[in-house]
Design a binder for this molecule. Sequence first.
Ligand code: PLP
Length: 448
Amino acid sequence: MSSNPSVDFLQACLEHNFWTWSAQSKVNPIPVTKAKGVYFWDVDGKRYLDLNSMVMCVNIGHGDERVVEAIVEQARQLPFAGPQMATQARGELCKKLTEIVPPGLSKFLFTLGGADANENAIKLARGYTGRFKILTRYRSYHGATYGAISLTGDPRRVAWEPTTMPGVVHFLDPYRYRSTFHRLNPDITEDEFCRDYLNHLEEIIQYERPETIAAILIETVTGTNGIIVPPDGYLQGVREICDRYGIVMICDEVMSGFGRTGEWFAVDHWKVVPDIMTMAKGLTSAYAPLGAVAMKPEIANAFNNKVYEGGLTFNGHPISLAAAIATIRVMQEDHLVERAKQMGQVMADMLAELAQRHPSIGEVRSIGLFGAIELVKNRKSKIPMAPFNQNSPEMIALRKYLLDQGVFLYTHWHTVLLVPPLIITEEQLAEGFEVIDRALIITDAAVE
Ligand code: PLP
């Protein structure tokens, strides 16, 4: 609610706000005024079903009073203390995180969000190993700051070339639907598929020379680039490769963490413990900005006698720390991780059912409440519904229809992502799927 109701906030935003990730003349923002549960409302009272958790963040749902109260309480008690201070909130969140992160990750560096968590992760890995190269995958997004956009494999990185950070080498991710290695032989077993992609990674390590490689950084389950779930054995294989060559394994759980996949963290599905794990988004369910880097003590100990050159004024802001503590408590009290697993099965069934009826669906994928519908013009040739890294009239029309019908979700090129708050009910999911079902008539009509 505006403090001055006479300000036409939409007009003021359009006149004066500089929009990120947008051509300034093309923006058409939703004038949002309030949010509760799995819904938000615009200034005209139109209700949207939020199947995106507002940038894949609001895992506990909007407007949970328990988190709001914790923020207010912290603001009254101690609204700010510098990053060099020990505070009740800092100590409490560290303890709380040790209850939920994979065993052995026991030191935490707090950041403002996901990108700077990844920036710090690679700085730590470089400082720990004394090596400089970082291996990341092509189908990845790791954030928009200088280092993080350089780590990003998808074409969002290209706008900043050739001045991206040196020392980043990209490799291919195990994406079965469009597997580069298996176009002519799609019927290989899961084991063979997994082994081929691990061999590919190891070959790149040999070409680059292992002694130059500080870290392998991967999204445990790829997020914006299509919810790509690794085959069983892949993460364990990456772990073994890292151990063999003394490379730091970093898992980016900015999007896949905090119950999203039906476990606290996606790595838990395969019982793999990375050396460093980055998180943000669900950490506070976006009630306040916060990211974190969890690390093994040996990484932290490398800086016992040398200064860690890094840190921002607002790192570990008490209000954000309080929001995180309350968010984790809500997740524990309401059993939201178990709920995500349960509702994830419901969503998987709905996706499978949808795929049977719509010829424009090439593949559906999901793990927990982290799902994708990949749209194609032809199931056999797998021609995508939008060309690589581009829009298409069909995808534009699909998005418009969904928004007109009050369903908010994210599409990336030719893929629709389903990332609802973990509190969503079966009825609310069905409400969304009914609209998606109708919307897919648009893409079905483009099937060749
Ligand atoms: N890593 C992943 C996997 C992400 O999805 C994102 C954001 O979408 C980031 C990092 C960057 O996080 P932030 O936007 O908080 O800097």
